[in-house]
Design a protein around this ligand. Structure first.
Ligand code: PNS
Length: 157
């Protein structure tokens, strides 16, 4: 059985991320979506909230589970015997950011990163932009699940 992890900040999860989880779920026997901490970003939602948002949206994917992880991602990957890290790419700009992380993770753990191309129709969606639109009262319902849109509205009120 091949297990892969799909890590990210997911603050909050978007339809772009969900597209990647679906694609990843067809490539590996099991996928664990990992909500992790990015030291470069200040999260709006707690890890528990982020996990809940994702769990509610991946219920139909029988081989996908969701966890939050503190600390080094590859320590967790090794502990659970994950075969690969799966990340989604929207564009070459994403690759610029992902490239050093993938190489660093491989150097310190030998775990490969597999890149999956997202749906170009969702290529403009990012958690940061969604938060910005929501902050100024814009409608984000076409970018994030309804529960996330409601939570953003409450938090930004
Ligand atoms: O969605 P993001 O913010 O691009 O995801 C980045 C994330 C959270 C996967 C990355 O920051 C991470 O792996 N954090 C956990 C701590 C860690 O392992 N850092 C070393 C990364 S090379």
């Amino acid at each position: 059985m091949t297990l892969a992890i799909c890590p990210g900040s997911f603050d909050p999860v978007t339809f772009g991320h969900l597209d990647i989880f679906e694609r990843a779920s067809t490539l590996f026997d099991n996928i664990i979506v990992v909500v992790a901490h990015n030291t470069m970003k200040n999260a709006l939602f707690t890890p528990e909230q982020r996990v809940r948002f994702i769990r509610d949206e991946v219920e139909h994917l029988s081989n996908v589970t969701v966890e939050s992880v503190d600390g080094l991602l590859v320590d967790y990957a090794r502990k659970i015997n994950a075969r690969a890290i799966v990340k989604g790419l929207r564009s070459a700009v994403d690759l610029d950011a992902e490239y050093p992380m993938a190489l660093m993770n491989r150097e310190i753990s030998n775990i490969e990163t597999v890149f999956v191309l997202g749906n170009p129709a969702k290529g403009h969606i990012s958690s940061s932009l969604v938060k910005d639109v929501a902050r100024y009262g814009g409608d984000v319902t076409s970018f994030v699940p309804a529960a996330v849109a409601r939570a953003l509205k409450e938090v930004m009120a």
